[in-house]
Design a protein around this ligand. Structure first.
Ligand code: PSU
Ligand code: MN
Length: 332
């Protein structure tokens, strides 16, 4: 185990230093911070320019119920492996930022009742207090980027919540400042999708439709919202990513992939369970970090597990697409 690589200020790197897909360069200096631990498997994959895919842990600890959460976490790692890439699940354990978990750590994350949900604002608090915690899209990106990982797969990103209080996920600003390919099925359906789409546009995050012309709506293949560009292959995605880096455009490339058709939730069902869940959340005064897990669990209950099947199907599919993109990115 060793510390993380220090990432130099982007403006100090010449375009010629940027390899294909190329951020960050791998010759960079090592930071001796013992709060970071990188699994030797991930370390050697990165050092030899092998494909690596980051996976988040909030979906394991707070997004899915037991025992599907552990099964899903294990299957996602398997899917990435099967595609020839190395999975790096990210979490905070005992106050250390971990990149790449072993099977015991994964199990702990999925079964312990004392796993907090950690966004960026919580990282220092968790490290200082030696907590265990699962990382959201925002904090997973933050850690993965500092480890030198360029591709990240998740289910649905956070975004602008519905309701009168402005509740905007930290996932959005992190996407705006972190140069990484993030593969997802759009923003979670519980959110205000048009407002989330506007936010992405305002902050310059390029939204790719992977084999689709419309931004997917998480459990649904459609949202009625546009993508910026359609890509039909990993190669098309990596070309775009490399071009962003060459130009010095900040932020992530958000690759949106529709849920597999067989697992999609029909529109009528979706509207009914969503309205009910939002109503229940309001009635129970659920807010802040508890809102997303509450709504996901409520919809799973109301749909007899159909949303759970959609969620695991899209997570699996996204991990596969991400692994293919990472493999393409690692081609010399
Ligand atoms: N997508 C899922 N399930 C989840 C999440 C996303 O399919 O549980 C998590 C992600 O970790 C995301 C977080 O970052 O929900 C967003 O939470 P909030 O809205 O509180 O920022
Ligand atoms: Mn919030």
């Amino acid at each position: 185990m060793r510390g993380f690589q220090d990432i130099p200020n982007r403006s100090t790197v010449e375009p010629s230093q940027v390899k294909k897909g190329g951020w960050p360069p791998h010759s960079i200096q090592i930071m001796s911070q013992n709060s970071f631990t990188i699994n030797p498997k991930i370390e050697s994959a990165l050092a030899s320019h092998q494909p690596v895919v980051a996976l988040e842990s909030t979906v394991i600890a707070h997004g899915l119920p037991q025992p599907q959460n552990l099964e899903t976490a294990q299957r996602l790692e398997q899917t990435v492996n099967d595609e020839g890439a190395t999975p790096a699940t990210i979490a905070v354990l005992g106050g250390k930022l971990w990149v790449g978990l072993d099977s015991r750590q994964l199990e702990h994350l999925a079964t312990s009742t004392d796993i907090r949900k950690l966004s960026i604002r919580d990282l220092a608090v968790a490290v200082a207090n030696k907590w265990d915690g699962a990382t959201t899209v925002a904090s997973t990106m933050w850690i993965a980027h500092r480890a030198g990982i360029k591709v990240f797969a998740t289910g649905g990103i956070g975004g602008v919540h519905r309701g009168s209080l402005p509740d905007v996920s930290a996932d959005l600003p992190e996407l705006a400042r972190t140069p990484m390919i993030v593969v997802c099925s759009g923003a979670k359906i519980v959110l205000d999708l048009p407002a989330t789409r506007e936010w992405l546009e305002t902050y310059g995050i390029t939204v790719v439709g992977y084999g689709c012309d419309e931004m997917p709506g998480f459990y649904s293949r459609q949202s009625g919202l546009p993508v910026d560009v359609r890509c039909d292959s990993p190669e098309a995605v990596t070309r775009l990513f490399s071009t962003q880096r060459e130009l010095g455009v900040a932020g992530a490339l958000l690759v949106t992939v529709p849920v597999p058709a067989a697992a999609e939730i029909p529109e009528g069902v979706l509207k009914r369970i969503l309205d009910q869940s939002l109503h229940d959340a309001e009635e129970s005064h659920i807010t802040g970090r508890d809102l997303t897990p509450f709504l996901l669990a409520r919809m799973a209950g109301l749909s007899d597990g159909a949303t759970l099947r959609a969620n695991t199907a899209l997570l699996d599919n996204n991990a596969r697409v991400a692994a293919r993109i990472a493999s393409e990115l690692s081609q010399p």
